[in-house]
Write a protein that binds this ligand. Structure first.
Ligand SMILES: Cc1cc2nc3c(=O)[nH]c(=O)nc-3n(C[C@H](O)[C@H](O)[C@H](O)COP(=O)(O)O)c2cc1C
Length: 222
């Protein structure tokens, strides 16, 4: 049963990956683009320990999720766990990306929706006002790995905030894929940004990731 669940997930991730490859990745006007509200000013950004200003922006989905080939019900999503560790360890501002149409509680339903969104090259709308990134030198972008890449809502986010001239440090949680194609996604979607060192944490181990988070933060100067 556990093995079946794992294989089913793998087949779906692989199938959608093929669809992604065939569809290409550059947004076009005919794509299903749903624009979020305009950027809003945020509170005065706090300088980080390194003297730069840092925004942590992340997407995470609580609910039923993958767990060592089986399923688990998460009150707090794995990526949120990592985002909170970062916020506890460094001087950063935090922005959570919330879907205007929330993702389902169920794992299979979420996989199916993600496949649809990838096939349509969709840009799912974001519910909350976007952050004003003026004044931030670095943005730590967090998300789960979905079908070996960024969830489509991360594309909505990076295409609608100003990231040119900034350093992006991706952080992800995953089940089996590591960072997958997430770095490449941001490099392509944010050509004016520098993609710095990322952090990939296996979702099942997120609550024990504090040492890895701390050493990554030190390496990137926070
Ligand atoms: C729609 C969907 C697709 C996923 N695709 C992958 C994948 O391709 N590779 C992988 O390692 N994990 C995949 N996972 C597992 C998640 O990346 C992992 O459970 C992650 O820690 C979830 O983070 P969150 O709780 O912050 O949403 C997928 C999960 C979902 C719901």
């Amino acid at each position: 049963m556990e093995r079946r669940a794992f294989l089913a997930s793998g087949v779906l991730w692989g199938g959608a990956l093929l669809a992604f490859t065939l569809a290409g990745c550059i947004p076009t006007p005919e794509n299903n683009v749903s624009l979020p509200p305009s950027p809003q000013p945020t509170a005065d950004p706090t300088p980080s320990a390194a003297g730069s200003r840092v925004l942590v922006a992340y997407f995470s989905r609580p609910g039923e999720n993958y767990y060592y080939g089986d399923r688990i019900d998460l009150d707090v999503g794995n990526t949120q766990v990592i985002a909170e560790m970062i916020a506890a360890a460094a001087s950063v501002d935090v922005y959570r990306i919330e879907a205007a149409d929330p993702y389902p509680e169920g794992y299979d339903e979420t996989v199916a929706r993600n496949v649809r969104e990838e096939n349509e090259n969709a840009r799912p709308a974001i519910a909350n006002p976007l952050p004003d990134t003026t004044g931030y030198d670095s943005v730590l972008l967090g998300c789960p790995v979905w079908n070996v890449q960024t969830p489509m809502i991360m594309r909505t986010f990076v295409e609608n905030i100003e990231l040119a001239g900034k350093i992006i440090h991706p952080f992800v949680t995953y089940a089996v894929s590591g960072m997958g194609r997430v770095r490449d996604d941001y490099a392509r979607l944010c050509p004016g940004s520098t993609i710095g060192e990322g952090l990939a944490i296996q979702g099942e181990t997120a609550t024990q990731a504090q040492p890895d988070v701390a050493s990554w933060l030190r390496r990137i100067g926070l």
